[in-house]
Design a protein around this ligand. Structure first.
Ligand SMILES: NC(=O)c1ccc[n+]([C@@H]2O[C@H](COP(=O)([O-])OP(=O)(O)OC[C@H]3O[C@@H](n4cnc5c(N)ncnc54)[C@H](OP(=O)(O)O)[C@@H]3O)[C@@H](O)[C@H]2O)c1
Length: 304
């Protein structure tokens, strides 16, 4: 399996990652177990997904069942918007570690660049239903607290998510410990080429979420260019989209919920060059997740 080196000698990230944004706790457990079984060794979590305990339980059981060690997997989780105040960062990190049942994390990300009112309410709203932001903390303040986690040795690398070049660039310049990873939405309808180039130049791993366009239709999975290539090379549209992402040098996160889909999404092979170029020429541009505009998560069902 392709792995991508992280800066500062912080290990390698397996390019194929399993995302745990799954609202149902029972499905979280079976899907995580199936992903491990299919060969996934990279797991993406978040305190905001409210299922770190289930993911942790599935991972402990899966590691034991397959004779794997903690070092054999790569685990990420994310700091939520209501914990951006520097004094809240380490407690939030420790709480995630405890829920996951882990002693260290491979990667900790600032989930979005938006600070919400500090506290335990993940979605603070005023009486008009508007998000209450926190103007008393900057992204750099939060980053400085993230750097201290690396100093303390419980977190091998740190990074950012749902961020654009305008916000990433000043953090990169000011950082004592540079971001190792940037996690953003990316698929053929949102290639984020400029950000990808920046990341490659600076040695930052570009980690794509929604590589299948979050399964939305119409969307990349049903794009005629993708379905034609899939038929030509004898792969499924999902496999073509994931292979494209790996081939352009990104890591990716996908969320298969059944064992069959986990095997399908893990069974990726290189595309012929002409197919890769054809996908690069797709002109449609569409962002599916509005989280980058507000910090309010787009793919989490309201009821959760
Ligand atoms: N940083 C952020 O703000 C952020 C935001 C969103 C996501 N993420 C992370 O990225 C991960 C992946 O995101 P995502 O959910 O958008 O991933 P995705 O894999 O692009 O989309 C998942 C959807 O694709 C469908 N699917 C999965 N495998 C398929 C296949 N082989 N053929 C056809 N359809 C398939 C699933 O359908 P079924 O449900 O029917 O299986 C589901 O609806 C998340 O779990 C999370 O870890 C991060």
């Amino acid at each position: 399996m392709t792995s991508i080196p992280l800066r500062h000698g912080a290990g390698h990230m397996p390019a194929l990652g399993f995302g745990t944004l799954i609202p149902d706790p029972a499905v979280t457990i079976t899907a995580t177990r199936d992903a491990l079984e299919a060969g996934f060794r990279h797991f993406d979590c978040a305190e905001r997904y409210r299922n770190e305990r289930e993911v942790g339980r599935a991972l402990q059981a899966g590691l034991a069942a397959h004779g794997l060690a903690r070092e054999d997997i790569f685990v990420t989780t994310k700091l939520w918007n209501s914990n951006h105040r520097p004094e809240r960062v380490e407690p939030a990190f420790e709480a995630s570690l405890e829920r996951l049942g882990l002693k260290y994390l491979d990667l900790y990300l600032i989930h979005t660049p938006y600070a919400f009112q500090p506290g335990d309410e993940q979605d603070p709203r005023d009486q008009n239903g508007n998000v209450i932001y926190d103007n008393g903390v900057t992204l750099l303040d939060t980053w400085r607290a993230m750097e201290i986690l690396v100093d303390h040795g419980k977190c091998r690398a740190i990074g950012l998510s749902d961020i654009g070049l305008n916000e990433l660039s000043p953090i990169y310049e000011a950082a004592r410990i540079k971001p190792a990873v940037v996690q953003v939405e990316s698929h053929p309808y949102l290639p984020e080429t400029e950000l990808l180039e920046f990341c490659k130049e600076k040695g930052i791993v570009f980690l794509a979420f929604a590589p299948l366009g979050h399964g939305m239709t119409p969307g990349p999975l049903e794009d005629p260019v993708i379905t034609a290539i899939a038929a030509r090379v004898g792969k499924t549209p999902a496999q073509v989209l994931l292979a494209w992402a790996v081939e352009r040098g990104t890591a990716l996160l996908t969320t298969p919920k059944t064992a069959a889909r986990a095997r399908e999404n893990f069974d990726i092979s290189a595309l012929p060059e002409d197919a890769f170029d054809e996908i690069n020429r797709i002109q449609i541009r569409q962002r599916l997740n509005p989280v980058v505009n507000t910090g309010v998560p787009g793919f989490i069902p309201k009821a959760s």
